[in-house]
Design a protein around this ligand. Structure first.
Ligand code: PEP
Ligand code: MN
Length: 337
């Protein structure tokens, strides 16, 4: 931490700050400039109480951290890209991974039809929500365990690993018994007890960005997974809430290169929640691939207009097959397979 002292303070007031720094377990290092005195406080912030309390002292002008607050997810800690394995699929390698499937699991017929079709078109992982975080309590809440069983059946028939959302700590073991990847949704991105429970299952965790979450907060939420001994973390940008009404959310593609600088964890883009519009999915996928995303998470439904959730943003099976063809030159141009 760097502590800047106010101008014209007395020697006694300066000593009070130095004593406070030592009391909190740090070693003060004084740097006297022409106009200001600056104190560097050296010590392990994880073991000691935070120095931020010093900003309450009248003789202190500012307290600024030098180290980043995210550690285990940071590139500094792990300079090479990490990759995450789900079944026989590796996310974060040379191959651009596409995860596709319906927003919600509605029936066995719907999931099996989608799974077979997305696999034929080139998807490697099947998505589908069995527990749905709906804004209104009167909307379809998901089939629950029955939905998990349908997903497991689709995996058995197609060989595709499955990703599904974990909504509650209580269901962590149950959902992990069926899923290859646990999705933590945008509404739960800072539900730290849920993150810990997800981490402890040992399954890979896909952490969506919260609706109004800063990247630093997102990295710190991801830190909870690694700090609980689960190295298998994927960050998923799915759009943030802004003032615009043309789209459901504003997909922040700039988050891709920022995450690539800040973290070694793979980056996933969800263009479906990202725009809330099926007609924008193709363009957003192309942009995401060009900007270095490792994987895409795309909603696909055999009959989007009849979908029980997120009808406007789901691609039809034909639309998904077209998208996969259209993406090929972008995948190649990005140096991926
Ligand atoms: C979803 O993937 O269907 C979903 C609910 O995602 P999010 O948490 O990003 O809204
Ligand atoms: Mn959805």
């Amino acid at each position: 931490m760097i502590i800047v002292l106010r101008k014209n303070i007395s020697r006694k007031e300066e000593l009070e700050v130095l004593r406070a720094i030592k009391r909190l377990g740090y070693k003060p290092h004084i740097m006297r400039g022409v106009a200001r005195t600056v104190v560097g406080a050296i010590g392990d912030e994880r073991k000691n109480q935070s120095l931020e309390a010093l900003s309450a002292m009248p003789q202190v002008e500012s307290v600024t951290p030098v180290q980043k607050r995210h550690k285990l997810v940071s590139r500094e800690a792990h300079p090479v890209n990490s990759s995450v394995r789900a079944g026989n699929v590796v996310i974060g390698g040379r191959k651009l991974i596409v995860m596709a499937g319906p927003c919600s699991v509605e029936s066995e017929k719907q999931v099996l039809a989608t799974a077979t079709a997305v696999k034929a078109a080139g998807a490697s992982i099947l998505r589908g929500g069995a527990y749905k975080p709906r804004t209104s309590p009167y909307e379809f809440q998901g089939l629950g365990e029955k939905g998990l069983k349908i997903l497991a059946k689709a995996r058995k028939e197609t060989g595709l690993p499955i990703i599904t959302e974990l909504l509650s700590e209580r269901q962590a073991t149950l959902v992990a018994d069926y899923a290859d990847i646990l999705q933590i949704g945008t509404r739960n991105a800072q539900n730290f007890q849920l993150l810990i429970a997800a981490a402890k299952t040992g399954r890979p965790v896909l952490l969506k960005r919260g609706l109004s979450m800063r990247i630093e907060e997102w990295l710190l939420a991801g830190e909870y997974i690694l700090a609980h001994d689960n190295p298998n973390l994927l960050f998923c940008e799915r759009g943030v809430r802004t003032f615009d009404t043309y789209t459901r959310n504003t997909l922040d593609l700039a988050a891709i290169p920022i995450l690539k600088q800040e973290t070694h964890c793979p980056v996933v883009i969800d263009p479906s929640q990202g725009a809330g519009r099926a007609d924008l999915v193709s363009g957003l996928c192309k942009g995401a691939v060009a900007m270095g995303a490792d994987a895409l998470l795309i909603e696909v439904h055999p009959n989007p207009s009849a979908a029980w959730s997120d009808a406007a943003q789901q691609l039809s099976i034909d639309g998904f097959a077209r998208l996969m063809t259209d993406l090929q030159p972008f995948i190649a141009a990005a140096g991926r397979e």
